[in-house]
Design a protein around this ligand. Structure first.
Ligand SMILES: *Cc1c(COP(=O)(O)O)cnc(C)c1O
Length: 507
């Protein structure tokens, strides 16, 4: 592979060795533990107006009985404490996230600047459309770009995330068949699908039918034909699928569904594999969502705002959410007059900040940049996959697109599981890949390097995984006890998620 093709498309400073956040701060006390009685950040001057009794200002029943237990600290204590905590934060600006399916790529800072321009940031969503022509024009033009990139004639920018768009897609499918007077209650979903797909279909009241993948990791056409019936409303397919494999039979799959009067929904969360090279609309897809917070550089993780535009074919346009943005006689207007619309799925304009960033990204890289994104994403994934092939089982050894899945089956025989490997990676300063997904691969690690990482970062990550494979053979206890270098060891993750205790000091 030519060297110049491997690596980042953005010029990022190269780190010789990955920076480990754990080295900066190893122990940080709770702010209550550094509290010292009587210490204050700010001392207010004496009041120079007549005092009034508190009861006059605040009814007794609203006042707390006991003083709150607040930490007593100086301003410098506060600044240092929170700065150190922020340094413990693992983030894309400090480290690499090889998180399969999640596309944790670099978020260029210029898009943040654009989204924060006064002209955007000072808008109010209730301003009449005559005063906000700029933001309406931006959305109108952005939809136009998405139409061209995806080959679909209509988009809604309302959904707040991928899963939200899936739900909207299912609502549109339901409305479409209700209008046609057809009772179809089944959605077919391959077993390699993202977990949100069956959840969205079920939430919308459909029955989910799973079809098995074949040995190549793609949809088994015979199994699909067996699953077909007049009750099938749609197929939800991810292409490339969560194994990082392109569904080569996609046009045939769409033909089978369409012939039976059913629709095809494509989960396009990971469009960075196809950008500028292939258009889902040309494959026969009827509905498609994109994740602006993945492919189009919106920051995500930590539950930040997302955006999941939904695109549809012409026959489904009447069911899109209201309002749609239309250009009439040189003025952008909001059209609420869509009698068959499924309604609104979000107030105002959706997560407009993320939309501005994605718009700015497409403008910045241009038509020539789009295919370079998919090129680098695919080359980076294949580069890593090839480097790891000797050390881990690769259940689907052929070339991949933007991501791939390896298996720790071999290491499990030595007593080291995928979870242990993921924890050991933290010791080496790497975020762990997606693990135990997709479910069809035993001891799965699903890795997506993305197009924005440099060859040096990919090499350092591969070296860490190779070292861990060697440790599994020579010193399995070391891996099983990981992480050793992080501020806390292994947490009870289920308990931490279900019963978080954040009340310290506020008993
Ligand atoms: C991330 C992802 C989703 C869900 O998107 P959210 O924005 O997290 O709701 C759905 N499908 C695939 C393939 C994904 O990678």
């Amino acid at each position: 592979m030519p060297r110049e093709l491997v690596g980042a498309i953005h010029e990022l400073p190269l780190l010789a060795a990955p920076y480990s956040p754990w080295e900066t701060v190893v122990t940080e006390k709770l702010i209550f533990e550094i509290s010292s009685p009587g210490r204050r950040c700010v001392r207010l001057p004496e009041v120079d107006v007549p005092e009034r009794p508190l009861e006059e200002l605040l009814p007794l029943k609203l006042r707390r009985v006991n003083q709150p237990r607040l930490p007593e600290v100086s301003e410098l204590d506060v600044v240092r404490h929170f700065t150190r905590l922020s340094q413990l934060n693992y983030c894309i600006d400090t480290n690499f996230y090889p998180l399969g399916s999640c596309t944790m790529k670099y978020n260029p800072k210029i898009h943040e600047d654009v989204a924060r321009l006064d002209g955007f940031k000072r808008l109010h969503p209730y301003q009449p459309y005559g005063q906000v022509q700029g933001i309406l024009q931006l959305q109108f033009e952005f939809i136009d770009m998405l139409k061209k990139v995806c080959g679909l004639p209509a988009f809604s920018l309302q959904p707040s995330a991928g899963a939200h768009a899936e739900l909207l897609g299912m609502m549109i499918v339901r409305a479409y068949y209700e209008k046609k007077g057809e009772a179809r209650n089944k959605i077919i979903i391959p077993d390699s699908a993202h977990g949100t797909n069956p959840a969205s279909a079920a939430l919308c009241g459909f029955d989910v039918l799973e079809v098995k993948s074949n040995r190549q990791g793609t949809v088994d056409i015979n199994a699909l034909m067996d699953a077909m019936s007049p009750d099938v409303a749609a197929l939800m397919i991810t292409n490339p699928n969560t194994l990082g494999i392109f569904e080569k039979e996609i046009t045939e799959i769409c033909r089978i569904l369409h012939e039976a009067g059913a629709l095809v929904y494509c989960d396009g969360a990971n469009m960075n594999a196809l950008l500028g090279r292939m258009r889902p609309g040309d494959m026969g897809i009827d509905l498609l969502h994109l994740n602006l917070h993945k492919t189009f550089t919106g920051p995500h993780g930590g539950g930040g705002p997302g955006s999941g535009p939904l695109g549809v074919v012409e026959s489904l346009r009447p069911f899109l959410p209201v309002p749609t943005i239309e250009l009439k006689h040189g003025t952008y207007m909001l059209n609420y007059n869509l009698p068959d619309s499924v309604g609104r799925v979000r107030p105002y304009y959706g997560n407009i900040g993320v939309i501005i960033k994605a718009y700015s990204y497409i403008l910045a890289i241009g038509k020539e940049g789009l295919p370079r994104v998919s090129e680098a994403a695919v080359i980076n994934a294949n580069y890593l996959k090839t480097k790891l092939a000797k050390y881990y089982d690769i259940p689907y050894p052929e070339g991949c697109l933007h991501e791939f899945v390896i298996s720790a089956r071999r290491q499990k025989e030595l007593g080291v599981t995928t979870l242990d490997i993921a924890k050991r990676l933290l010791d080496y300063g790497f975020y762990a890949p997606t693990i135990y997904f997709p479910l069809i691969v035993e001891e799965a690690l699903m890795i997506e390097p993305t197009e924005t990482e440099s060859r040096e970062t990919l090499d350092a990550f591969a070296d860490a995984l190779i070292k861990i494979a060697e440790e599994a053979e020579n010193d399995p206890e070391l891996v099983k006890g990981a992480p050793h270098n992080t501020p806390v060891g292994r947490l009870d993750e289920v308990k931490a998620a279900r019963k978080p205790d954040v009340r310290w000091g506020f008993s």
